[in-house]
Design a protein around this ligand. Structure first.
Ligand SMILES: Nc1nc2c(ncn2[C@@H]2O[C@H](COP(=O)(O)OP(=O)(O)OP(=O)(O)O)[C@@H](O)[C@H]2O)c(=O)[nH]1
Ligand SMILES: [Mg+2]
Ligand SMILES: [Zn+2]
Length: 273
């Protein structure tokens, strides 16, 4: 059955004490939300319920591609068990593509991530992104100024979202989108445009478990000499370190791993202070 978009302003029954988020399913009667139905999940940043996938949007330039930040977004969505999809925009601004960045990006494809290189301005590969929007709730996340709203304006007729300039001086977006907004896409899909952000909390997991959230490491772990415990840092006979030496694992991914590992380790130690 096709969804019909119909906006109804509602009040929430006093007995519902749980907060209601974009994406929540509710029962409505005569302008009153009577019941909040059970959720599949609740994404913590941005706060959206029943999310099917998160499109992590970055730009090759203006603002420049930040791989540590990309890895942080991927880790955050892995932790929440929401499928991440990498979307790199503004290909029109990088005539030197493929280059160093292209090689780094290839590592994500090899690790099993879905990756799309697009240009909203030139219309490159937008159809690939539109496919995701046909079913479930897709959330766009990423820093300010990468073109999240511009992408939706291009793909969803009538979206009419505000788009902003990227500050020439700071090389950053200007935080144009202020609220999470769910837009109807096609027959049974919804897309959430969200305000750009870069601060993500990486916490609450045992550093020893971090290795499971880097798919290309997880694959090799059984081949480590101390596979049950190997965190791929100082252990002898480590298959990940070996793969790193032969460029089978990307150096920048390993550096991100070490970075997160140290943060988590610190947090873990402070826990018992
Ligand atoms: N050159 C180029 N510019 C683009 C492209 N896509 C978007 N832009 C520009 O990038 C700027 C920021 O776009 P927005 O859509 O507002 O970015 P956003 O990600 O929604 O930013 P926030 O709402 O602040 O999080 C605008 O000036 C767009 O015109 C592209 O493919 N190429
Ligand atoms: Mg926006
Ligand atoms: Zn190892």
């Amino acid at each position: 059955m096709a969804l019909e978009e119909k906006k109804i302003r509602c009040q929430v029954r006093g007995r519902i004490t749980t907060r209601i988020y974009p994406g929540d399913r509710v029962k409505v009667r005569e302008g009153m939300i009577e019941e909040l139905l059970s959720r599949d999940n609740l994404m913590s940043r941005p706060q959206v319920a029943n999310v099917s996938r998160m499109l992590v949007v970055m730009a090759v330039k203006e603002p420049g591609l930040d791989f540590l930040l990309l890895d942080k977004f991927l880790l955050a969505s892995e932790l929440e068990e929401i499928e991440p999809i990498i979307v790199i925009n503004k290909l029109d601004l990088a005539p030197d593509f493929p280059g160093e960045n292209q090689r780094k990006l290839e590592a994500y494809r090899q690790a099993g991530y879905k990756l799309h290189l697009i240009s909203v301005k030139r219309g490159d590969n937008l159809g690939e992104v539109l496919e995701y929007f046909q079913q479930g709730i897709s959330v766009l996340a990423g820093p300010s100024g990468v073109g999240k709203s511009a992408l939706l304006n291009e793909l969803l007729p009538g979206a009419e979202l505000n788009i902003g300039e990227v500050s020439k001086k700071l090389g950053r977006g200007t935080h144009t989108t202020r609220r999470v907004k769910l837009l109807n896409a096609g027959d049974s899909g919804w897309v959430a445009d969200t305000p750009g952000f870069t601060s993500l909390e990486i916490s609450g997991i045992d550093p020893v478990d971090l290795r499971f959230y880097f798919p290309e490491f997880a694959e090799l772990t059984p081949r480590c000499k101390f596979s049950a415990n190997c965190v791929h840092i100082h252990e002898p006979g480590c298959a990940v370190k070996k793969a790193l030496k032969s460029d089978k694992i990307a150096e920048h991914r390993y550096q991100s791993y070490l970075h997160f590992y140290k943060i988590l380790e610190q947090e873990w130690e402070n826990k018992y202070d």
